[in-house]
Design a protein around this ligand. Structure first.
Ligand SMILES: NC(=O)c1ccc[n+]([C@@H]2O[C@H](COP(=O)([O-])OP(=O)(O)OC[C@H]3O[C@@H](n4cnc5c(N)ncnc54)[C@H](O)[C@@H]3O)[C@@H](O)[C@H]2O)c1
Ligand SMILES: O=c1ccn([C@@H]2O[C@H](COP(=O)(O)OP(=O)(O)O[C@H]3O[C@H](CO)[C@H](O)[C@H](O)[C@H]3O)[C@@H](O)[C@H]2O)c(=O)[nH]1
Length: 327
């Protein structure tokens, strides 16, 4: 299959690109490099462009002869979306509309969409299934939910086929230590915690200890990028016309902020000082997947089920690339 990957130079998009290319598919990244890195694309073709540029996208899809699209390009920071919702609504909703129009112009009917567990609201149960009601806490998450609706309408009206993948928290680095997370500025918990043993910061800030969780800090389900990538491969092969199937991608296990810091201490063998500060606006207390649908319908099995193994791959990447990618 020929797969165009928007956001293919970013953290999750590039991990998926490298994985599907290794499985024999032909890939092309399309990224404006606001967050992504050329080196993450690992020598595969990259078109530097914005998803808002419908004409360039259409031409790229036609020239490449794409069979399908994996759509990762988006603004992704929850805190930023509270402060600057305009960027999130424009980039994520208008940008996706532009991509859908380019796909229709190029007659391409198959797409995977990076949605998020952040679209769920609160639930009484320990884990979230695809049927858990959606009531997003942040502008970022609301943009993702709006796109889910847009996609369903496009599937119904135009017969296009989609799979909506609600990721929980992407984490880890490639097993060979050559690729990993590099956001500038970094915003995610695990890479920020690891900056302490790397000597780049002297402590980690804990955003709130007054949540309704056992230790008062937020709980997330940290899923390895390798396992996100294997789910994408299964999903693109299973995406049929006129449908918009939804799957959670998560391990089914949750870790609190404090547990992540402790796991990082174990993996690195260093003490990691912490400072408790106020809650970060937009953060829900607990997001943990029920991944049964992905396992039973698509046969997905995660390789990484132990958080310390996942953190060890991130640590290997950060140790060998303390300043991230060279570009
Ligand atoms: N990282 C997570 O834990 C997580 C969890 C749930 C969902 N997601 C979703 O997965 C996707 C990838 O997330 P990520 O963590 O890899 O983020 P990322 O920032 O590393 O990757 C996004 C990529 O998209 C590119 N991009 C952004 N706007 C663009 C535009 N207008 N045109 C072209 N390229 C553009 C960026 O340069 C970047 O390379 C996003 O859609 C995000 O919302 C991520
Ligand atoms: O310095 C920090 C950074 C984060 N946190 C906390 O750690 C948890 C995880 O935060 P991240 O920023 O690593 O991840 P998020 O859960 O906020 O968001 C990520 O996962 C979401 C799904 O949960 C999204 O889709 C989003 O794109 C992606 O950034 C949150 O409770 C946050 O408050 C801290 O305490 N200190």
């Amino acid at each position: 299959m020929k797969i165009l990957i928007t956001g293919g130079a970013g953290y999750v998009g590039s991990a998926c690109l490298r994985h599907v290319a290794a499985q024999g598919h032909e890939v092309m990244a399309y990224d404006n490099l606001v967050m992504g890195h050329r080196s993450a694309v690992d020598g595969h073709p990259l078109v530097v462009g914005d998803i808002a540029d419908t004409e360039l996208l259409t031409r790229t899809l036609k020239d490449f002869g794409a069979d399908a699209v994996m759509h990762f390009a988006a603004a992704t920071y929850v805190g930023e979306s509270v402060e600057n919702p305009e960027y999130h609504y424009r980039n994520n909703i208008t940008g996706t509309l532009s991509l859908l129009n380019a796909m229709r112009a190029a007659d391409i009917g198959r797409m995977l969409f990076s949605s998020t567990c952040a679209t769920y609201g609160m639930t009484e149960s320990e884990t979230m299934t695809e049927a858990t009601p959606q009531a997003p806490f942040s502008p970022y998450a609301r943009t993702k939910l709006a796109v889910e609706w847009m996609i369903r309408d496009f599937a119904h009206a135009y017969g296009m086929g989609f799979t909506l993948l609600r990721y929980f928290n992407a984490s880890g680095g490639d097993a060979d230590g050559r690729h990993g997370e590099d956001h500038r500025p970094e915003n995610h918990l695990i890479p920020l915690v690891l900056e302490v043993p790397l000597g780049k910061r002297d402590h980690i800030k804990v955003f709130g200890t007054d949540y309704p969780t056992p230790d008062g800090t937020c709980i997330r389900d940290y899923v390895h990028t390798r396992d996100l990538a294997s789910a994408h491969l299964l999903a693109i092969e299973a995406t049929g016309e006129g449908t918009a199937e939804v799957f959670n991608i998560g391990t089914g296990n949750g870790q609190s902020v404090m547990e992540i810091i402790e796991a990082c201490e174990k993996v690195t063998g260093r003490e990691i000082p912490r400072e408790v500060v106020a809650r970060r606006p937009g953060d829900p207390p607990r997001l943990v997947a029920d991944p049964v649908k992905l396992k039973t319908q698509l046969g997905w099995e995660p390789l990484y089920t132990n958080i310390e193994d996942t953190i060890a791959t991130a640590w290997a990447w950060h140790q060998s690339h303390p300043n991230g990618y060279p570009d």
